[in-house]
Design a protein around this ligand. Structure first.
Ligand code: VGL
Ligand code: ZN
Length: 208
């Protein structure tokens, strides 16, 4: 696939807590690092996201007495999966993965920092009203095509891909540079939803 000057590698949540041994480990999560690092040397622009929750965040099961990890809660904006406590601001688990090449990152956008609102998407928070600013940033810089990589395929990558399409970007997910959590079939549903939304799939080897 031919790269152009308006292409961006958008790397979602490659943070210690999502890697093996982390608080919300994604199976094989560390396998995304090598292909992302290769892509980061080739794609003209690189933007990273960082899940960045305050202690006691509404997406943590511990913030809801009687709830267990992966239960569903009814929050003011709708249903929310309750996660183990993860990516707490300032902790080691919230840091970007050690092996991740961040040198070419032009922007690191943090999300999920409002105490009462989660944000899987890099663009629009879970209340579906609060914007992160990323659409404006990309638009103002004339960046048009997004290559998505990172964690997790069926949550933050999925929601970011769908919102990017809604905001008019061309979107490809780099298949070997993402890994999923897969709660009750969520991974297959995610690929399906992305296909229906016009999200393309590509292998990192297509950019060598
Ligand atoms: C994520 C669950 C909770 C993700 C973030 O990065 O996919 N998943 N917070
Ligand atoms: Zn989170």
């Amino acid at each position: 696939m031919h790269l152009t000057s308006t292409d961006v590698l958008l790397v979602i949540d490659v943070q210690n807590d999502f890697l093996p041994g982390g608080a919300l480990a994604v199976p094989e999560g560390d396998a995304v690092i090598a292909p992302i690092n290769r892509l980061a040397e080739r794609v003209p622009h690189v933007v990273l996201t960082q899940d960045w929750h305050p202690p006691g965040h509404a997406s943590f099961h511990g913030s809801h007495p009687g709830k267990a990890p992966y239960d569903i809660a009814d929050l003011h904006y709708g249903e929310q999966v309750l996660w183990p406590e993860h990516c707490v601001q300032g902790t080691r688990g919230a840091e970007l993965a050690e092996g991740l090449n961040t040198e070419r990152a032009e922007l690191v956008i943090r999300k999920g920092y409002h105490p009462g609102i989660d944000s899987y998407s890099a663009f629009l928070e879970a209340d579906r009203r609060t914007r992160t600013g990323l659409t404006g940033y990309l638009a103002e810089r004339g960046l048009k095509r997004l290559l998505l990589a990172g964690l997790a395929t069926d949550f933050c990558v999925l929601w970011s891909a769908l919102d990017a399409r809604r905001d008019g970007f061309e979107v490809f997910v780099v298949e070997d540079a993402v890994r999923g959590i897969d709660l009750d079939g969520s991974l297959a549903r995610a690929w399906d939803a992305m296909e229906r939304a016009g999200v393309g799939r590509v292998e990192s080897a297509a950019f060598t």
